[in-house]
Design a protein around this ligand. Sequence first.
Ligand SMILES: [Zn+2]
Ligand SMILES: [Zn+2]
Length: 360
Amino acid sequence: MNKPKSVPGNSTCTRCQAPATLPCVGCQDAPILDPQIHSASYCNISCYEADKDKHEETCKQLQVHKLFYRAGDILQEIFYVYKEKIFLRKILSVKVMENGDVGLTMDNMDNPKQMAMMPTFAELFQKFPGNKCGSRGARKAVLTYNAGSDAVAWMHDMVKYLLDGIAVNIEEISLEPKNHRRQVIDLDPKQEPQEGSFKRYHDIFKVEIKNGEVYALDLAGAQFGYYNPVTPWEEYFTTRVEQITQRDNWEEYQHFGGLKKMHVKESKDLSSIDMFQFSQFAGLNCCASEILEETLWAWLKQHRLTAIEEVLDLPRDTYQIKRKELLKKIGEDLEAFVSRTRVNLAPLRALKAARGCAQQ
Ligand SMILES: [Zn+2]
Ligand SMILES: [Zn+2]
C-alpha cells in the first residue's frame, strides 16, 4: 500500500511548527506545483480551527489540482484498459531494444488480398501481447502506439464526465511531437527497423481548469516514453511539441468532440475497399466506447454516487480502492462486450450494429 509521503509543510504544523499529525483532508495528496503553495497539516484540532480562514484560499486551489490530477490519472488508466481489451492489431513479436525503444513486428492486415479474406468483424479483436513486453513501461508504450487519435476520439465522453466541474474549457490539439524518450518502431520480418517510417502525429487535450491554469492532458504519451497524463501546458508545449498541426476539414472538426465526430462519420463510409477496414475499426470503437460510459454510470449508481467527482475527492486510501474497483469493472464489461461481439454477431450484422450506435 502507499505509505503517506512526507512532503514540504506536512511534517510540521502549518500554524505553530510543532510536529503535525493531522493533514488537512481537503488538500492532502494535492500535487506540489509551486513550492510556496503546499498542503496543510496541524498538530491538533485547535491549530486547525485557528488557521482555517487563512488556509481556505490555498486549500481550494490545491483541491482543484488534486481533482484534476486524479481525473487525469484515472482517464489514462481507463484508456490503457480500453486499449488492452479492444486490441485491434495483430502483433507477431515484440522486441525491447537496449535503448528502451520497442520494436513491433506486425501483421498489418492491410494488403487487399488479406482484406478480402479477413473481414469478419469479430476477428478484428486480437489478444494484447502483454507477456511479451517485458516491463510495464514497454507495455504501456505498445498499448498507446499511434493511439493519440484513439485517445482523443474514444475517450471523449469519459473526459467530459471526469472533468465536469473541474475544467472550464477543453480543446483537442493535433501536433507533431518531439523529444521522444523512447519510440515504438515497426520491424520488418527480419527484425530490422522498417525504412521510411512515416512521420508520426499525435493528439492530446488542452484543458483549462477552473482556477485559470492550463494543462496538456496526454493519455497516449507512453509511446514516446512520457507516462504522466497531466503536464502544465507551457512545459508540454516547449519541451514536447515540434509544431501544432491542422486536421483535414479542421474547421468542421476542430473542437472538443471533433475527432470522435470525424471517426463516427468515417465508420459509415464503406465506399472504398481502403475505407473498409478503417470503418470497421471506427465502428467497433464507437460501440466499445459506449461501454465505458454505461459502465461508469452503472458503477456510480451501484455505489450510490451521483458524480465521479465524489470519488476523486475521497481520502487517499478509499480513493485507491474505488479507483481499482472501477478499472476492474470496466475491464470486465469490455471483455463481455468482446465475447458478445465474437459469439453473437455475424460480420454484416455487427457492422450494421456499429453503424446503428454511430448514428445515435
Ligand atoms: Zn499547531
Ligand atoms: Zn487544505
